[in-house]
Every structure is written in C-alpha cells, then in structure tokens.
Write a protein that binds this ligand. Structure first.
Ligand SMILES: [Zn+2]
Length: 136
C-alpha cells in the first residue's frame, strides 16, 4: 500500500514539475527528452522502488545538466551575420549552405522542442550545427 502511494506521489510530482516548466519556460515544454526521462524514472520507481527523493534529485540534475550543455553549445554558435563573415563562400546561388560539407539542405530546429524561440540551423547531410537565431 505504501509503495502504491509512493508511485502515485511520484507521478503527481512529475506532473507538477511539468506544469511548472510549462509556466516558467514555455520553450522547455515541448522537450521530448524531458518526457522520456519522466517515463524512465516512473518505471524505475515502479520496478526498483528506489528512494523517491534520490530518484527525483537524479532526474532534476540530469535534466538541468543536459539543458545546460545544450544551451552552452547553442551560445557558442555564430549568429547569421558572423556565420557569413567567417565563411565567405557559404552563400552560393542565392542560398546559404553548410560550411562543413557544402550541402544546400539546411533545416532549423528549436533548442528546447519544436516551438522553442531559441533556434539554430543544422545541415541535413552532416548534422553539424551552423548558426543560431532567435524568434521574436
Ligand atoms: Zn554539412
């Protein structure tokens, strides 16, 4: 009986955390990685009945570290202007192409989910991150 209460409590906590992140950081809500972590941790609680506090701490630390690493990598990307300045030959035939492999097919991706305002362009062929931009 205690175990079931613990599981329900855990799920409610993660639902609450998801709701909080929806309020505080709208861009983070669409992050599938976060949902995956929630599901995995829920499974861990059910199957191993670990100490709930440690599971939550681990999940939070993992999520914050992953988001931090992503954000640092994003900040190191050049802006559109400095990308063109640093790579004068990437603008060809009226199109910007990849500075690593020269492919013309680029796609923009949100840093934290599809609707994220922090976005960057990736090369569809070599998967390198090219430059960042912000949606206003
Ligand atoms: Zn490329």
């Amino acid at each position: 009986m205690m175990l079931i209460l613990e599981i329900i409590g855990g799920l409610m906590f993660f639902g609450f955390m998801g709701f909080l992140s929806l309020l505080l950081l709208p861009g983070l809500f669409g992050c599938f990685g976060f949902l995956l972590v929630v599901v995995l941790l829920g499974g861990m609680i059910i199957f191993f009945s670990l100490n709930l506090v440690w599971v939550i701490l681990f999940g939070l630390v993992y999520y914050i570290v992953m988001a931090g690493v992503k954000y640092l990598r994003y900040n190191k990307l050049p802006t559109y202007d400095s990308y063109l300045t640093a790579n004068p030959n990437v603008y060809q035939n009226g199109q910007v192409c990849c500075s690593f492999c020269g492919a013309e097919h680029l796609s923009h991706v949100g840093l934290f989910g599809m609707r994220s305002k922090l976005r960057y362009y990736v090369c569809l062929r070599c998967r390198n991150w090219l430059y960042r931009f912000k949606v206003l």
